[in-house]
Design a protein. Sequence first.
Lengths: 388, 349
Amino acid sequence: MRDVAVIGIGLTKFGELWDKSFRQLITEAGSKAILDSGIEGKNIDAMYIGSMSSGRFIGQEHVGALVADASGFSHRHIPSTRVEGACASGSLAVREGFLSIASGMNDVVVVGGIEKMNDVAGATATETLAMAADQEWEAFFGATFPGLYAMIAMRHMYEHGTTKKQLAQVAVKNHKNGSLNPYAQYRQEITVEHVMNASPVAYPLGLFDCSPVTDGAASIVLCAADKAKKYTDKPVKIIGSGQASDTLALHARRDICTLDSTVYAAKMAYKKANITPKQIDVAEVHDCFTIAEICAIEDLGFVKKGEGGKAIENKITTLDGSLPVNTSGGLKSKGHPVGATGVAQIVEITKQLRGEADKRQVKNARIGLAHNVGGSGATCVVHILEAV
Amino acid sequence: MKDIGIISYGANIPRTRIKIENIASVWGKDGKTISKGLGINEKSVPSVDQDTATISVEAARAALNRCNINPKDIGAVYIGSESHPYAVKPTGTIVGEAIGATPDLMVADYEFACKAGTAAIQTCTALVKGDFIKYGLAIGADTAQAAPGDALEFSASAGGAAFIIGKENVIASINHTYSYTTDTPDFWRRAERKYPSHGGRFTGAPAYFKHVTSCAKNLMEKIGTKPKDYDYAIFHQPNGKFPVKAAKILGFTMEQIKQGLMVPFIGNTYSGASLVGLASVLDVAKPGNRVFLTSYGSGAGSDAFDITITDKIKDLARKKAPTVKQMIEDKEYIDYGKYAKITDILFWE
């Protein structure tokens, strides 16, 4: 297997982007990444696009070809593939791009992630997202993701003594980080009181425990590591990539407080990178709900099972903590355009490892991890990146 | 140029009310949170025998009671509403006949979501300015529809206001007016549909706020005024939050908008909303006061007006019709069951 490097990154502003179309968003992110990488169109061997539900959100499927076309590459007939794995679609696209280069098939691959979620009403967005749950066993009976993650939170509180205040502290930290990120959807700082007193969504989760509905796109350019220097002097190597699956329905899990897909994907990525969790300097984790970040830092091995809440309380994961998590603001503050999220996480980690994260820069960050979850944990993808 | 503007005005708000908490309890929602979130405590409900025609007639009669003109001198009636009782057959003819203004009369019904009433004022102003008519009657009135359980059910209400436009004895000069219009589908009701549809959060930033703030800003820039030049400002009020936020964005204070902010007490009267606010300002305005009005209609557009109150307001018999405040205070509560019956929710065939 060949080594693979990230040589270009691009991001659109995240938010309610009423005046930008799907095409505009993905081409904006893609062209930024291409310009950043130093490649030209003729160098691109393949494209992978992560999008969870463009069909339901904008009535458009077949977006692999659409993105190549909209990017002006139709005459080059580049292989362009859309990848879907619910909210993990973006990182699955990254992994497909990574594998295609590692295998020797391609040298330069452009990966995009996008979701345009605000063209439908809120209820339709919730319903569409719920299609990532088990339709027959969960969604059909009215379960939506806030409800499923609320069950995880309730059990976590019962088993491990996690508190609603600790959940709130996740949102507070992520908004603080997001306030330093010009691309974030919500840039205002919030307090624990804001979170604790917000409108209830599904107890114990309130409005501020939930990531928002977002429009946005992200893109990266991947290149065989031995050829990266041809295009850029700041490549970042992908030293580990892991992917795992689990039961689609939450109730069928061994333990609903643990996302086994995270445990297995992380194990695979750590093994490939030949490192331990202790060596991670910065991480972007999938905080679709505050409880999800607590589970993530446990399942990734940053802290022991059940100690996630305490770790948040003890500020281990703040920007100046020993392991900063979600420096971008996470899904909570930066926004969660589902198909774009996994790619946007790689963009943030790359920025951190290049030393380009400005006011939210983690000092001496050498190794970073990105963790992206589909559904309530039926799919998980973990990537580990290292500054070169 | 001679002064052209409002020579009299009148409003009408049905006295039936339902509390937002009552509606919320039916749907298993937290009424206090919804009330606080929307900035609406209760809303007016049209009784079984009230519709846009009756509200318009009442408001027009109130306007006529306050001034001394012969209804026969009214040369035009334009009524803006999204709840005209008939799809085909004008509300304006009913009103024209009821107040004795027929038959030498121009009539057409207007629809531009919640801003058709201010469009009617613009039309009447132009017809008076062009000497086609002596007086024009412009009305904005609605008995707004909302599907049971929809977010709109907490705000859609009933009411309206009428304004007689002319050149003599003008109490409020219309110095300038300007409109800002785009094709923005934020809220609509298709033909044959009983209830409207809306684009959720799309009705906010790209719709209401873009049009209201652009329209207001452009007019002030055109005529060289600043928010501080006005004693009163009125904005379309679909809920209690939007007009306050729009005012803040533009640089108006709560003090300036308070008198024209009726939505917390009566809900969103749609085509009547900003105009009932204007009527409330005219209830208390003094000579020399300057008033800024910006309406909003989904679809979408805004009309802005720069208005100056004249000395003639002292001669207007304002007491000959109830003030908006008096109509707000004269109320009778009903529960959701009765509300469902009189708003036709229970109708089936």
